[in-house]
Design a protein around this ligand. Sequence first.
Ligand code: PLP
Length: 366
Amino acid sequence: MQPKPSIVHLPVYQPGKPIEDVKRELGLDKVIKLASNENPFGCSPKAKEAIIRELDQLSLYPDGAAISLTEEVAKRNGVRPDQIIFGCGSDEVIEMIAKAFFLPGDETVMATHTFSQYRHNAEVEGAVIVEAEMKDGTHDLDAMLAKVTDKTKIVWICNPNNPTGTMLPHQTVADFLNKISAEILVVLDEAYIEYVTAPDFPNGLELLKQHKNLILLRTFSKIYGLAALRIGYGIGHPDIIKLVAQVRPPFNTTRTAQAAALAAIQDVEFVARCREANAEGIQYLTGEFDRMGLRHFPAHGNFIMVEVGRPSKDVFDALLRKGYIIRAGHALGFPTSIRVTVGSREQNEGFIAALSEVLAQSAVEA
Ligand SMILES: Cc1ncc(COP(=O)(O)O)c(C=O)c1O
């Protein structure tokens, strides 16, 4: 059998250890996962009620085009329904974009340390990855523009950026879009948009009015707390969305996911509470990092990348033994940093206590 040459070298995605496995292996009663930028407060109770109402319909296929949800999301974003496409997570929207646009040998520009799925899906399609260095953990759009050639098909911008948490302001993104050829698709991934409190965060919907080549990515996995249901979406020009829709599998989002997302997006109080708690968590955690003398990137999402001055894997293992799962930075391009998701107040305080012990212990051992 001959597989596609472009996939032969690709690693199989390695998920983090499930909480139950960590408990059993380490003999711990309580394990806190602050590793995948999930919502520590779960999801809206209204989303749970909507899922229960769907249970009688499980024998029926979902509405492939997610019409009710599309209409609600369109209304809330001031766009037309034909400007929206849903995916099985925004992961699948990334996959569909790659599938719809890349031919082998096309080039695609992205930052050196950004969300892994842009690279992965581009590689599957045989595209050539062109990376641009970042400045202080932030996308350098001038450097990215300098990497554009007549072979470039797609440029990926993650804002706030995963894994660094940094953000580009509106004018910087607007200037970039004014300079780049309208023939090149620009994907602006806004997975963490609902957490951002900075007033100069880009208004992607405004930019979309002037730039047909822009597509925004959003998700219900983060502030809406529905990561398990796998639902995210793209917003773009109807012509672009139609092309992406042409490669969409027929029933790619489930009934339960659609119903939960519809209820979740209407529960604005839940979202506001999570956003506020997250801002308090960022303030607390960054304050503690400053007090401990640990450098960190400015955090605009629901996670912080902090420099711990030791091999990240050692700090990861030591925190795991204390019942905290975080992301070690080595796999993300930051070998002496860790990425921690903002938890509830209690989780954040417990994490800081555990980290302080781990760092004090490793200082003694050094
Ligand atoms: C920047 C970014 N984009 C997209 C995703 C994918 O999210 P999902 O597929 O759960 O919608 C993530 C998940 O961590 C992310 O961090």
